[in-house]
Design a protein around this ligand. Structure first.
Ligand code: HEM
Length: 399
């Protein structure tokens, strides 16, 4: 096996991991990292693993194992993003009954107004941190509205979500303080949703949480523990990732002024532009799976119980699949990126994320005739798994 003299996951590469991913894909596309996990960077290998039932999450015990690549904090029930069929299938199909495309589409006019208000304020101020002024509060407000988190509680829940999202990274990448904060935030969120579930059981409203409580499939329903895990998962997954899509996409446009102009001149390109942001700089860079039966990967025997890490950021730039993959092309077609995954865990909220991002980028490029970075140095969050700028200071001006 080829020797790798660099760590592709070194925090020092956070601002631009892509040259390291490329080298890894070229030199050792199926690489056994020093921590023992198999790291896959080719599109073909990643998509095959995502669709193959011999790769999954394994037992609850394995998920809680501290030496594991990722250790979610214990809860009464694991969120179904970490479960295998048939348990995953049961919960997901119940959630599908409540989280329908119609429910998402109904929010569109309201999301459009929210975006206009936030962007008007940002343009009036002239210079803002676009993460704090727009990319973070927009999806947080939307997911709160969807789930039915009341207005006065939203700031509190948003704060917990940030800490939990940080905790999705492997434990070894986090300081003891970060781990403490994540666990405390998870406990607070659990307690919060426990009360909200009880309230909505007593007095159902017109929100996703009430629908989740009501959802029935062949007589089965989500238990209270499953509801709590589902609420936290939907809130965190639906929020932090969309923030990064908005921030990563804006940064990609600013750094590629020709593509920004193309989108301004032809806003109908917004659909393909959003898919391109997802391919070019995906918010979730990595996914882990456990090998559930002995297999062969790229000619290497891999035993049951071993860990596999899929690097989406690398697969999405695989030249075997994408022409000129290092180039941002807002009109790219076809574009079969794996930013939303590709198997049974395909993102539940892809429709909502696409809706928010299309409305947001359309409004941004039409409202802000000037859109420029205040400084070329963009600080990144510590996160490895969910990657995006910590702060994006921009100058905006109306036309
Ligand atoms: C740009 C935004 C988003 C990105 C890039 C994204 C990405 C992903 C990815 C890659 C997965 C699969 C994870 C894995 O296989 O390990 C996933 C699953 C999931 N996502 Fe998203 N997501 C986004 C937005 C959302 C939104 C808005 C919601 C909810 C409102 C959401 C809810 C979920 C849920 C519940 C799952 C688990 C699905 C399952 O296990 O069956 N996501 N997402």
């Amino acid at each position: 096996m080829a020797e790798i003299d660099f760590d592709p996951f070194d925090p020092a590469h956070r601002a631009d991991p892509y040259p390291y991913y490329r080298r890894l894909r070229e030199v050792a596309p199926v690489w056994r990292s020093p921590r023992g996990a198999w790291v896959l960077t080719r599109y073909r290998d990643c998509t095959e693993v995502l669709r193959d039932a011999r790769f999954g999450h394994g037992s609850r015990q394995r998920l809680l194992d501290k030496s594991n690549w990722r250790r979610p904090a214990p809860s009464h029930a694991m969120p179904f993003i970490l479960l295998d069929p048939p348990e995953h299938t049961r919960q997901r199909s119940l959630v599908n009954k409540a989280f329908t495309p119609r429910r998402v589409q109904r929010l569109a006019p309201w999301i459009g107004r929210l975006i206009d208000t936030m962007l008007d304020e940002a343009v009036d101020r002239g210079e803002v941190d676009l993460v704090e002024a727009f990319a973070h509060p927009l999806p947080a407000t939307v997911i709160s509205e969807l789930l039915g988190v009341p207005g006065p509680d939203r700031e509190l829940v948003r704060g917990w979500s940030r800490l939990i999202a940080r905790g999705v990274d492997p434990d070894y990448q986090q300081s003891p303080e970060e781990k403490r904060e994540r666990d405390a935030a998870l406990a607070s969120m659990d307690g919060y949703f426990r009360e909200l579930v009880a309230e909505r059981r007593a007095r159902p409203g017109d929100d996703l949480l009430s629908e989740l409580i009501a959802a029935r499939d062949a007589g089965s329903a989500l238990t209270d523990g499953e509801l709590l895990a589902t609420c936290t998962m939907i809130y965190v997954a639906g929020h932090e990732t969309t923030t990064d899509l908005l921030a990563n996409g804006t940064l990609a446009l600013i750094r590629n002024p020709g593509e920004l102009k193309r989108l301004r001149d032809d806003p109908a390109l917004v659909e393909s532009a959003v898919e391109e942001f997802l391919r070019y700089d995906p918010p979730t860079q990595l996914t882990r799976r456990t090998v559930l039966a002995d297999v062969t990967l790229g000619g290497h025997p891999v035993a049951r119980g071993e860990q596999v890490v899929l690097v989406r950021g690398a697969a999405n730039r695989d030249p075997d699949v994408f022409d000129d993959p290092e180039r941002l092309d807002v009109g790219r077609a076809p574009n079969r990126h794996i930013a939303f995954d590709g198997g049974v865990h395909f993102c539940l909220g892809a429709g909502l994320a696409r809706l928010e991002a299309r409305l947001a980028f359309q409004a941004l490029v039409t409202r802000a005739a000037e859109l420029a970075l205040v400084s070329e140095e963009v600080p990144y969050k510590n996160n490895l798994t969910i990657r995006g700028p910590r702060e994006l200071r921009v100058r905006l001006a109306a036309g």
